[in-house]
Design a protein. Structure first.
Length: 312
């Protein structure tokens, strides 16, 4: 009888150790929780048109606030707003630098970004990290576009496209989908890999196959390594500069390292690197002086880092 008791105790001990090897990760917020996010990123695009290399750079230094407006039923309504935006755009010997908090009557984009500051929009998020929708951001872009009203029609169109491409609903949702880990619905252990696929939403059409791997976890944090395989749809068209229609045959990879705060599920620190290359095909358009389709080699490199801290 004593041997049986010892055997049962040992089995319970082994099961206990086995259970401790697994961890359940998800997003855990309470109504009223508040967070601050800081982003620094640089994106460089190189395209070669008629053997001439054109370089476009985009630098972001932004701060955002996120407040939990509703929590329950496995979903959260998150209220986001920009608290600071510094944006630098350089292309074709034109440089646009904007600090949304500094007045600059000579730069229309500054006026638009100033109208975005401290204006709320919402994100509906499931507890596993899937984004259901982003609301009110397009309306905010329309409101901010009032800053372009004094420009010529073609200039207005160009600035509206730049604003939407960088800060509109699709741009924000795509950025957030690549920042947040989508957690599995079951417990995982070190070495577990899981995946999710999300569409490309910013200009290029296609998808990103995201893979995550739990490298380590403890009572407070989890270290997760991420990889994304990016592939565009070769048939779908999109618009490049000057209204030219194009298709894209581009592939690439994204590597991400996350330090997750287990209390909230959000990354305290995230470092992300993306590299894509392939070619655009500018479609023939006599109005744009393109007598036939033009193949344009392209390379895109983006490096970004994020910090998120809870303030309430």
């Amino acid at each position: 009888m004593k041997k049986i008791t010892v055997l049962v105790a040992m089995c319970c001990y082994v099961l206990s150790l086995s259970a401790q090897d697994y961890v359940e990760l998800d997003y855990r917020f309470k109504t009223g929780d508040a967070f601050e996010l800081q982003q620094q990123s640089r994106s460089e695009t190189y395209i070669t048109v008629n053997e001439v290399i054109q370089r476009t750079t985009r630098d972001y230094n932004t701060k955002m606030n996120m407040k939990v407006a509703e929590a329950g039923g496995g979903r959260f309504l998150l209220e986001w707003s920009y608290s600071d935006i510094k944006f630098n755009f350089n292309a074709k010997n034109q440089n646009i630098f904007v600090d949304a908090k500094v007045a600059n009557d000579q730069e229309p984009l500054q006026g638009a970004l100033k109208l975005i500051l401290d204006q709320p929009f919402t994100v509906e998020l499931q507890s596993n990290g899937l984004i259901k929708n982003v609301n009110s951001l397009d309306a905010l872009m329309d409101k901010a576009s009032a800053a372009f009203s004094s420009l010529k029609a073609d200039e207005q169109a160009a600035y509206k496209k730049l604003l939407k491409d960088q800060f509109g609903t699709d741009a924000f949702r795509s950025w957030l989908e690549q920042l947040l880990v989508v957690y599995p619905v079951h417990g995982i252990k070190n070495g577990t890999q899981w995946e999710e696929t999300v569409p490309l939403r910013t200009g290029l059409k296609g998808r990103i196959d995201l893979y995550w791997n739990l490298a380590h976890w403890d009572s407070q944090t989890a270290k997760i390594d991420g990889k994304g395989n990016i592939k565009t749809d070769k048939i779908e068209t999109f618009t490049v500069e000057e209204g030219i229609q194009a298709t894209a045959a581009i592939e690439g990879t994204q590597t991400t390292n996350y330090l997750i705060n287990r209390e909230s599920g959000l990354p305290s620190i995230c470092v992300q690197n993306t590299e894509m290359k392939g070619e655009y095909v500018y479609l023939a358009n006599r109005k744009k002086q393109l007598k036939k389709d033009l193949k344009v080699p392209v390379k895109i490199v983006t490096n970004a880092s994020y910090k998120i801290k809870q303030v309430k």
